[in-house]
Design a protein around this ligand. Structure first.
Ligand code: MF3
Ligand code: CO
Ligand code: CO
Length: 282
């Protein structure tokens, strides 16, 4: 595999700005969610919010994707296309925001979360909270000298211990001026395998966790990915920068998400939560 890009100080400034924008957009979506709205309403919110900030929604026209954000409800794993579907009490929905800033030839920031519409069933809550923690545990092992396989190992061990499965077909990815670059970051795997992680690398971690089997299917629209067994699926995603001793979460939020249980995992610190003081430049 071709090696991953190492970002310069100037590159990192671009990634910080777009990461903040993508995170703000996701917070704004959480604050706007209500039962009865359509996934297309979410698309409109994201589209307008992004353009108002002189940025561009990366999904729009990406390999033919027709909308500005991915909305994946219940058994939809990822790449759900916004449309007339109304959100109902008890649904779970992943909203995956990718912004490009500046709009032309800019940097990409990619982040997603799964939200609750009304009160979730115990099983819905289980898969969502396992997915949330899977991302935290994956991020916690990233530092220079570790291997990409360490991330998948941490996630798979945890998710399977909770009776869930890890989707194989889609992975995290290098990200900078390119949406999907090396390295590919599987959310399953073996410790000590895969590419070496180096300071200055930027990539996403975005585990898709299923309540049932990990196998997926595609709908006729050529985009929507669903669980083969119809079980619920949840996902969280951050864009991270590898620093000298760990990571900076470029898509960290300045406030907790609404309609999701966005709180620090006390055992892991404040990795993705409401506002870590900005990690030091070094
Ligand atoms: N945001 C997705 C990811 O995490 C990619 C969406 S591609 C699209 O990599 F075309 F479906 F938008
Ligand atoms: Co991504
Ligand atoms: Co994404």
């Amino acid at each position: 595999m071709a090696s991953a890009k190492i970002l310069s100080t100037k590159d990192i400034r671009g990634m910080r700005a777009v990461g903040r924008l993508a995170a703000d957009t996701l917070c704004y979506v959480g604050e706007s969610l209500t039962a009865g709205m359509t996934t297309d309403d979410i698309n409109t919110l994201v589209h307008e919010y992004t353009l108002e900030r002189k940025a561009r929604p990366a999904p729009l026209n990406y390999k033919g994707f027709p909308k500005s954000v991915c909305t994946s409800v219940n058994h939809v794993v990822c790449h759900g296309i916004p449309g007339p579907q109304k959100l109902r009490e008890g649904d779970i929905i992943n909203v995956d925001v990718t912004s490009v800033l500046p709009a032309r030839a800019g940097w990409f920031g990619d982040t997603s979360a799964t939200f609750y519409i009304g009160k979730p069933s115990p099983l819905a809550r289980h898969v969502v909270e396992v997915a949330r923690k899977s991302l935290e545990l994956g991020m916690a092992v990233v530092r220079p000298g570790a291997r990409i396989g360490d991330i998948g190992y941490a996630i798979q061990t945890f998710a399977e211990s909770k009776g869930c499965s890890v989707v194989r077909t889609y992975t995290g990815h290098g990200i900078h001026r390119v949406f999907h670059d090396n390295p590919s970051v599987p959310h399953y795997g073996r410790k000590g395998t895969g590419p070496l992680i180096r300071k200055g690398m930027c990539f996403t971690i975005e585990p898709m966790i299923n309540l049932g089997h990990y196998a997926v299917d595609h709908l006729d629209d050529d985009w929507t990915v669903v669980t083969e067994d119809g079980s619920l699926s949840a996902q969280f995603e951050h864009t991270i920068l590898v620093t000298h001793k760990g990571i900076e979460v470029l898509t960290r939020r300045d406030r907790p998400l609404q309609h999701s249980e966005d709180k620090p995992w006390t055992d892991l610190g404040e990795l993705s939560c409401f506002i870590p003081p900005v990690a030091s430049e070094e």
